[in-house]
Design a protein around this ligand. Structure first.
Ligand code: NAP
Length: 485
């Protein structure tokens, strides 16, 4: 099976106003296979004028879409859920090709990503305001929820499907139209998704997709336009800050899902085997290229050696290779820069005094591979504990007390995911209340769930995706003051 079959003959173009078309000037953008650096295919490389055309289409579709019955909006999402589920293998192969993750991992992302469509199909019909008597009596208070209006979605390469569906699902449910710019390294899955939504009956202009290499001009042009009412971004904190600044003139509403530096705490009372199982998921999901990836393993000194040996054995036993090949557990990283960055962090950590339990050396090319690596006795202030690693490396540092563990865990500018392993209920409550993170997994290495509010604090951004909270990001509240009658 080749996932590229999911894309029709025109479907490597721009999708604007319900039509597939070439970019202005016919420009194209190569899509690279990270397993060997070869060109997989190419897609349209949209211009600023193309971006404005996409916004024109979204604006033109907005009024009718806002008044489309919620049940109809929900049914479109439910139909798309079914279509993607039926083609889960094709989607998984396509994602594996352009992003590198194994097909099994990609299947997991399809299952996760498509749930946002089912969840928001169900939420579309539960948008409601409130009615109440004013506290002093007399007047009545009525609130009405309305769609925010045309949105801009910018998504990263690490989860090409799920980072899209978790914005598109609630936006469709709420009655918003949108322009989507997928990452230029992984545009194919989003193009396939646009095709499925059209097939599911989404009216022309509600979803527009512009693939482009000109990310700065693209966002500047759209954010300076007063017709754009909302920006939802998933990506790095640096780019998030640029988009926040650019939103100031038109005061666009924002959702920012940014970087992370998740601590993974293992207390002396933890079930160490369970912690190793959880660590394998929290670290190795998506080859560590996840904003929720465990970035720093903070382990009580009394169990650190045992945890490191067991984790090293498991990580060292994984096979690295092309994501579409049978028996492969770990695919390539996204590009050469990613391998260099991970290699540098590991080299620096060893220089700072860390010892290598397994891995630690990038193989010769072709392809952008890095082996699963475990490092022990990493100083807490080593750069690898400060930066987002975004690769399959588990640095282990130690602590002596609960207070020290919490202090180390919170000593980061980020605040997205965190993980805690302990069997003590009182400690669970104390630690959960003290951690400055948007999400906390207790004795679990997997926290992402479409029904839960996903998001962070501090430099990890603001706003929530998924859950009941996710749809609120796409709704405005109008208050109507009424006389008692
Ligand atoms: P990135 O460089 O910030 O890119 C993300 C997206 O932003 C891409 O589509 C990129 O386009 C686009 N972009 C870059 N500069 C832009 C600009 N000036 N205007 C408009 N768009 C711009 O991040 P990345 O390296 O691809 O992704 C990794 C980061 O995403 C990590 O920090 C990770 O933690 C974060 N992430 C966060 C979450 C979350 O939910 N919190 C989830 C997944 C990933 P091009 O592709 O054309 O460069």
């Amino acid at each position: 099976m080749n996932g590229l079959d999911l894309l029709g003959p025109d479907q490597r173009g721009l999708y604007i106003g319900g039509t597939w078309r070439e970019a202005e000037g016919g420009e194209r953008l190569d899509v690279i296979d990270p397993a060997d650096g070869s060109v997989l295919t190419d897609v349209a490389d949209g211009s600023v004028n193309d971006a404005v055309d996409a916004l024109d289409a979204a604006v033109a579709a907005q009024a009718a879409w806002a008044t489309t019955p919620p049940r109809e909006r929900g049914e479109i999402l439910r139909t798309a859920f079914g279509l993607i589920t039926d083609r889960a293998d094709e989607f998984a192969h396509l994602m594996s090709l352009e992003m590198g993750k194994t097909v099994a991992e990609a299947r997991g992302e399809v299952g996760y990503g498509v749930e946002f469509f089912r969840w928001y199909a169900e939420e579309a019909v539960r948008i409601h305001g409130r009615w109440m008597q004013a506290p002093a009596g007399g007047s009545r208070l009525l609130t009405i929820k309305k769609p925010v209006g045309p949105c801009l979605f910018i998504t990263p390469w690490n989860f090409p499907l799920a980072m899209g569906t978790r914005k598109i699902g609630p936006a469709i449910a709420a009655g918003c139209t949108m322009v989507v710019k997928p990452a230029s390294q992984t545009p194919l899955t989003m193009l396939a998704l646009a095709g499925v939504l059209a097939e599911a009956g989404l009216p022309d202009g509600v979803l527009n997709v512009v693939t482009t290499s000109r990310h700065s001009e693209f966002s500047e042009a759209l954010q300076s336009d007063d017709r754009l009412r909302k920006v939802s971004f998933t990506g790095s904190t640096g780019v998030g800050k640029i988009l926040v600044r650019q939103s100031a003139d038109q005061l666009q509403r924002l959702s920012m899902e940014l970087g992370g530096n998740a601590p993974f705490l293992v207390f002396e009372d933890a079930d160490v085997d369970a912690a190793v199982d959880g660590a394998m998921i929290a670290k190795m999901r998506n080859m560590g290229e996840a904003c929720t990836a465990a970035n720093r393993f903070l382990v009580h000194r009394s169990v650190a050696q045992e945890f490191a040996e067991k984790l090293g054995k498991r990580m060292g036993g994984l096979s690295v290779g092309r994501g579409q090949d049978d028996g492969v557990d770990v695919g390539p990283l996204i590009d050469e820069k990613a391998v260099e960055s991970v290699s540098q962090l590991v080299t620096d950590a060893i220089h700072d005094g860390a010892t290598v339990v397994t891995g630690g050396q990038a193989p010769e090319g072709p392809g952008y591979f890095y082996p699963p690596t475990v490092l022990l006795d990493v100083p807490v202030d080593s750069e690898i504990n400060v930066q987002e690693i975004f690769g399959p490396v588990a640095p282990i540092s130690t602590f002596e007390s609960e207070e020290e563990a919490i202090r180390q865990a919170n000593a980061t500018e980020y605040g997205l995911a965190s993980y805690v392993y302990t069997r003590d209920l009182a400690r669970t409550i104390r630690v959960a209340e003290s951690l400055e993170f948007g999400m906390i997994g207790i004795n679990s290495g997997l926290i992402s769930n479409p029904a839960a509010p996903f998001g962070g604090v501090k430099a990890s951004g603001f706003g929530r995706e998924g859950g009941f909270e996710g749809i609120e990001e796409y709704l405005e509240t109008t208050y109507v003051a009424l006389p008692a009658g």
